[in-house]
Write a protein of this length. Structure first.
Length: 371
């Protein structure tokens, strides 16, 4: 939407990127704690590890998985996390952004042709993600077959961000199907065409995207074995029974030690990791907080239901009183192709975004198929 005239200075992109980066770091820790639960030292740890193993064995038998991410925090902690020092006037996180991050829910569904325990990356054929705020749905997209489908409630998103947004009527006629985006309707993009154009950015015309690294079955097993070994050494597990078949497992680990050892184990596999999964350097690891983190894991009748990760100590800021990441397993539905989605011409989309569309770019980009 950058080309639709949104004021960049009000978007606080850096703030949001920092928050996302911290969230993804936390998610990695959750995955490490859960995936490495098998080999533990004491009888209590062995029992807790076995319970988690059995829960994940059940997930391995599934072909569809749905879960939801959210933050367990407050606006004051998010603002303190954004800028631990005294900010200059007008540069602190706006209340709207803090409330959006606090109340946002990210729902994800993935589907595979095979049971997850037997699946490689190429077996995952459908994916859907939805971001919702306190006032309703903000963004939704689905990847099915060769197309990516998306829609957004621009008015609700603008309200949540405290940022004015353009209307479809504000765009020039050459905007074509981009007007559908502002009207909140489903649109679709040819995924391979988008990848091709991205590959051409800064390269010779006609360049093809480089093949992305994939995790083959052998690499996945090596990765899982490495993670299990590190977590077995560094994570302390305790379990407590509850009512109606509920079990709660608490996992505690020194964060810097855990991350450092995980990275050391993963370095031999670095070339086979997906794009965007670059490992931190030794210098980066020295800056990782030296504090213990705790994950509270809830099982119901042997099935994984919820993970809560306490991140407040990682902030290393006394003003951050409450900061947690919550992952809940949900009963999602099978992602389907949205009816009536309008196809966006990828070249027109790129020309509109980078050619000043919304600011009255001269010269039509040409009609969009179906318009």
């Amino acid at each position: 939407m950058a080309g639709a005239g949104l004021p960049a200075e009000n978007c606080h992109e850096e703030t949001i990127i920092i928050a996302i980066r911290k969230t993804l770091t936390a998610t990695a820790v959750v995955g490490a704690v859960l995936a490495g639960s098998a080999a533990c030292g004491t009888v209590e740890q062995l029992s807790a590890g076995q319970k988690l193993d059995r829960a994940f064995e059940k997930l391995d038998e599934e072909k569809s998985l749905s879960f939801e991410f959210s933050l367990d925090t407050d606006a004051a902690s998010l603002k303190a996390l954004d800028d631990p020092s005294a900010p200059e006037s007008g540069e602190e996180m706006p209340d709207e952004v803090a409330q959006l991050l606090r109340d946002a829910r990210i729902s994800v569904t993935v589907q595979s042709k095979k049971p997850f325990g037997e699946s490689g990356e190429k077996d995952f054929d459908r994916m859907a993600m939805k971001v919702s705020g306190p006032d309703g749905q903000l963004v939704e997209y689905r990847v099915i077959g060769g197309h990516t489908y998306f829609r957004t409630d621009v008015d609700t998103l603008g309200k949540a961000m405290g940022t004015p947004v353009p209307k479809a009527s504000d765009l020039p006629p050459e905007a074509g199907a981009l007007k559908k985006v502002l009207e909140g309707e489903w649109v679709k993009i040819d995924t391979k065409e988008m990848e091709r154009l991205a590959a051409e950015n800064g390269e010779e015309p006609g360049a093809e995207p480089s093949p992305e690294p994939t995790l083959d079955a052998v690499t996945q097993k090596k990765l899982m074995k490495a993670v299990r070994g590190v977590v077995a050494r560094e994570v302390e597990l305790k379990s407590a029974g509850g009512e109606d078949g509920t079990e709660r497992v608490t996992a505690t680990a020194p964060f810097r030690t855990l991350v450092t050892e995980l990275v050391d184990e993963l370095r031999p596999l670095a070339k086979k990791l997906p794009p965007g999964a670059e490992l931190p350097t030794d210098k980066d690891l020295k800056d990782v907080p030296d504090a213990k983190v705790r994950a509270d894991i809830t099982l119901k009748n042997g099935e994984l239901k919820e993970v809560r990760l306490d991140l407040a100590k990682l902030a290393e800021n006394s003003r951050v009183k409450k900061l947690g990441l919550v992952v809940r397993m949900t009963g999602g539905s099978r992602p389907t192709v949205p009816a009536g989605a309008t196809e966006l011409d990828v070249e027109q989309l790129m020309a509109g975004m980078f050619g000043g569309l919304g600011a009255g770019a001269s010269g039509p980009a040409g009609p969009v198929d179906g318009e």
